[in-house]
Write a protein that binds this ligand. Structure first.
Ligand SMILES: Nc1ncnc2c1ncn2[C@@H]1O[C@H](COP(=O)(O)OP(=O)(O)O)[C@@H](O)[C@H]1O
Ligand SMILES: [Mg+2]
Length: 136
């Protein structure tokens, strides 16, 4: 069901609910423009997976790992320029070790992945749509 968030904390709460359902091997692609709330959503996802580490934008790092009930790899493809950088990510290894959430996930073509779309409405309002849910 599409959900309207009225604040960063509501987006985080939506992420946390989603994160609680994650298991190793789950791949979640996030779409939405800059400022749509992808990183904010991931902050909640990380809490849902049992991590207490601070979540920052991995824009300059490509991937950050958070330990928890299930390991969460947080990937940001914003600055990715070549397909070989994508290969260097080692997505398969990350999925073996835990769940993976990807900002700018539309740059990956992965039909088995869950797909969450964040959309900036006006002001602090964001639309959160689970376009394709986790495969269970
Ligand atoms: N309802 C909301 N959900 C998420 N972020 C919001 C919301 N309202 C305002 N914001 C602000 O919008 C920005 C979202 O940034 P961020 O999560 O980094 O987006 P992205 O990773 O998609 O670029 C933050 O500054 C956040 O405080
Ligand atoms: Mg971001």
């Amino acid at each position: 069901m599409p959900e309207v968030s009225n604040s960063p904390s509501e987006t985080e709460a939506a992420g946390e609910r989603f994160g609680k359902r994650l298991r190793a091997g789950d791949l979640v692609l996030l779409t939405g423009e800059l400022g749509a709330g992808k990183t904010t959503f991931v902050r909640g996802v990380a809490r849902g997976t049992g991590s207490t580490a601070p979540v920052a934008s991995p824009t300059f790092q490509l991937v950050r790992i958070y330990a928890g009930r299930v390991q969460l790899a947080h990937v940001d493809l914003y600055r990715i320029e070549t397909l070989s950088e994508l290969a260097d990510l080692g997505l398969d290894e990350l999925l073996d070790a835990g769940a993976v959430v990807v900002e700018w996930g539309d740059r990956i073509n992965e039909r088995d992945a869950a797909l969450v779309q964040l959309e900036h409405l006006e002001g602090d309002r964001r639309m959160i749509r689970v376009k394709r849910d986790l495969r269970r």
